[in-house]
Design a protein around this ligand. Structure first.
Ligand code: 3NM
Length: 212
């Protein structure tokens, strides 16, 4: 099991942020205090491999766990620290078998129905959202708000990361409703001033930690 403090500031890369590349995003997020990184690219191809390795090395040198979205084989191939799986991906059990006992494995569990039918025994954490409106994820489930998030988090057998529309202004609310961490994309990747947003979010997460 991971130390859940690692989940507090979870940055997920954005392949649609124009000239703000995933590598630059990761550097900015970590400078602001990001404690875990997920590489998410729904259109991954071999041309992204070089950047992926750069990101992995950057994270490794700073002791920040680096996960791959969806793709267990890719995570194994580039020796990532773990994988994050959606409901339609391979199972956490398969990921554990392939990636080993020390891998960080997470799964998306959007609501109580999914919670009832997802085997989380091989997971270190789950992600639940969208807590607030988001335009970053296509086909996102209905917005649940902090109270809806809490209903799921209260029943979860593993630490829960809140996701969807999270900002420096509403992050604390997520922690107050049972989140062990918050995950963001656009608050950093599409910001006018990404470094400033990353810094402010880092402060909000630190504050949440001191209040826990
Ligand atoms: N998953 P932003 S919402 C990747 O509800 C993702 O499971 C979600 O991006 C879920 O921080 C989401 O820009 C997008 O809202 C998060």
């Amino acid at each position: 099991m991971i130390d859940k403090k690692i989940l507090r500031f979870y940055y997920i890369t954005d392949e649609n942020a124009g000239s703000f590349t995933p590598f630059e995003q990761v550097k900015t997020a970590i400078k602001g205090g990001a404690s875990i990184i997920q590489y998410r690219n729904k259109f991954f191809s071999s041309e992204h491999m070089e950047e992926l390795v750069l990101i992995r090395e950057f994270c490794k040198n700073r002791d920040v766990p680096f996960l791959i979205n969806d793709n267990i084989d890719l995570a194994a191939k580039i020796m990532a620290d773990g994988v994050h799986l959606g409901q339609d991906d391979d199972s956490p059990e398969t990921a554990r078998k392939i990636l080993g006992k020390d891998a960080v494995i997470g799964a998306t569990v959007s609501n109580l129905e999914e919670l009832a039918c997802t085997d989380l025994s091989c997971c270190d954490y789950m992600g639940t959202g969208p807590v607030f409106p988001t335009s970053t994820k296509k086909n996102a489930k209905p917005v649940k708000g902090p109270a809806g998030f809490k209903q799921v988090a209260d029943k979860a057998p593993v630490p829960v990361v809140a996701i969807g529309g999270i900002t420096a202004e509403n992050a604390l609310l997520c922690f107050e409703h049972g989140a062990s961490g918050i995950a963001v994309i656009s608050f950093i990747s599409r910001a006018e001033n990404p470094a400033d947003n990353a810094h402010r979010l880092g402060l909000a997460c630190e504050l949440a930690l001191t209040q826990a």
